[in-house]
Design a protein around this ligand. Structure first.
Ligand code: FAD
Length: 505
């Protein structure tokens, strides 16, 4: 059963074995596994359920329906946008479906260096395989690679940079290119069209437009949660209390710590909300003579990974990732004003986009404002600033090597380079914050796993150190940046937490 919050007006109370807060990569697989095992599961999701037929591919409409704060959530310094999904299926609904396994050196780092029990590849691999089967993960096929990705491959080969074709989660993709606004054709495999319908089919209940305000506790035991039922706009129609002996928070890296703080849980250790880590991302655009039509097909298919050497450096590196989007999403990142900007936008079909995606060493923090909303602090550590500049120069050189006539960083200041030599100018920036547009699609780490309550929020299976029956299952549990697109890791850890929960709760 899936119902919208507005259909449950008044003060409603339900009972369940398990309540799962959030329906994205962390919540959906875990809820499915518990339902499969015979538990009565209730999912609560703050955002709406958006059907394929409603994915109209219009930027303002879909940002408003699928993303928190219409995709414009920013850090306190105004420098980073933080993109996160707010709908049934969470951020997987608008993800690009690039599938990567957790890298073995990162799992080794977590297991042997940070001493987290049973996180080695041998233990995690079976969960990863289950996730990949559910999402129909497969390598990109040659006929699926668009001109944009071929062009990036050409530039990489020209410079001798290592790269390769990726795996992804799509079945029968039509190549419309609107992945970031949700798949109108139901071809992209997400939490919303795999784990969730499977769980609902087995009897789980899901309430959308139900914003969980508080975790309810009695002494040191969890009792359930209380949610505000939203009418789909800004109004509220009632409250839903779900009483359950097990509560799983899967509200994502920004909202899970906020919910814990609002509920007065974890104050003693002072760890909740700390250890925030981004995959800081910035995009450079190249202008070509020929049509690229980067908006068609799916990006990324070909990724450059010459700067990633996790065996030797498990805590640094970056990827160069082809990235593009609809005109209204590209326009704010191109330089110039008035006629100059309009000229660049008219060349939209001749543009290529290449993002630098960092494996950050920086650490930020999520706190909570007096109105209960999360506040996000993040600034680049000097070593990350250096890596990002290095990555931007490498991306610019690659675009020139592929044949670009001009290269534009995403900069409100309107920089445009006409030759690779000019790219060194980027090294003169003392700060990148507010000089170039920075984004994170992958915030992680605010409720990190650990053996000791002084330095972590949950144990290595996602169990709260403070409250019995309370678990966390989302990207917030990562102890460090996972270095790769994180949804497969999040889902695999969710299945591992579910198995542990069934064995012990
Ligand atoms: C633009 C973009 C592209 C991406 N592309 C890729 C990719 O190609 N490959 C990849 O592996 N990863 C990608 N990701 C990342 C991936 O989507 C996330 O890693 C993953 O979905 C995170 O899972 P999660 O469970 O932590 O959070 P989410 O999936 O975001 O789920 C959290 C859910 O909790 C809900 N929620 C929050 N607060 C509350 C509350 N108080 N009450 C009830 N519900 C609440 C939210 O609305 C949301 O639906 C991308 C992300 C973005 C933003």
């Amino acid at each position: 059963m899936i119902v919208a919050g507005r259909t449950l007006a008044g003060a409603v109370s339900w009972d369940a074995d398990v309540v799962v807060v959030g329906t994205g990569a962390g919540g959906a697989p875990l809820g499915h596994a518990l339902t499969q095992a015979g538990k009565s599961v209730v999912f609560l999701e703050a955002g709406p359920r958006v059907l394929d037929a409603e994915m109209n591919q219009r930027v303002p409409d879909m940002l408003a329906r699928l993303y928190w704060d219409r995709g414009a959530r920013v850090t306190t310094n105004g420098a980073f946008t933080v993109s996160q999904g707010r709908c049934v299926g969470g951020s997987t609904v608008h993800y690009t479906a690039w599938a990567m396994r957790p890298p073995r050196p990162i799992l080794d780092h977590w297991t042997y260096h940070l001493k987290l029990t049973e996180l080695d590849a041998k233990t995690i691999d079976p969960f990863v395989e289950t996730v990949e089967k559910m999402l129909s993960t497969r390598p990109v096929q040659p006929h699926e690679v668009n001109a944009h990705n071929h062009l990036i491959e050409r530039g990489a080969n020209e410079l001798g940079l290592r790269g390769g074709f990726v795996h992804h989660n799509r079945v029968g993709c039509l190549g419309c290119g609107y992945c970031l606004l949700g798949c109108a054709y139901n071809r992209k495999q997400t939490a919303a069209n795999t784990f969730l319908p499977a769980a609902i089919g087995l009897g789980a209940r899901l309430v959308s437009d139900a914003h969980v305000e508080r975790v309810l506790t009695r002494g040191a035991r969890v009792e359930g949660v209380r949610a505000r039922l939203l009418d789909g706009g800004h109004g509220e129609v009632g409250t839903l209390t779900v009483r359950a002996p097990v509560v799983v928070l899967a509200a994502g890296t920004i909202h899970t710590p906020a919910l814990l703080v609002r509920s007065g849980i974890g104050d003693a250790s002072g760890q909740v909300g700390r250890n925030l880590v981004f995959h800081t991302t910035t995009t450079l655009f190249g202008l070509f003579d020929e049509e690229v039509a980067a908006h068609r097909g799916f990006s990324p298919s070909y990724v450059v990974d010459h700067a990633m050497d996790l065996e030797r450096y498990p805590d640094r590196g970056y990827y160069l990732v082809p990235a593009f989007a609809a005109p209204a999403a590209i326009a704010p990142f191109l330089p110039g004003f008035g006629d100059d900007h309009a000229t660049k936008m008219r060349a939209y079909k001749r543009l290529a986009g290449l993002s630098v995606m960092l494996h950050d060493a920086s650490r930020g923090r999520v706190t909570v404002a007096p109105n209960g909303k999360p506040v996000i602090e993040y600034a680049l550590a000097p070593e990350d600033r250096g890596q990002l500049v290095e990555g931007m120069i490498a991306a610019g050189r690659l675009l020139f090597a592929a044949g670009a006539k001009e290269v534009y960083p995403s900069s409100p200041g309107g920089m445009a380079f006409t030759s690779p030599d000019q790219l060194d100018y980027l090294t003169s920036f003392a700060h990148l914050e507010n000089r170039v547009a920075l984004n994170t699609p992958h915030p992680q780490g605010t409720c990190r796993m650990g053996e000791m309550r002084q330095t972590s929020v949950v144990d290595p299976w996602g169990r709260s150190h403070d409250v019995a029956g309370l678990y966390v299952s989302d990207m917030s549990v990562f102890p460090t940046s996972v270095a790769v697109p994180p949804s497969i890791t999040t889902m695999a850890l969710a299945l591992r937490t579910a198995r542990h929960l069934l064995a012990t709760a």
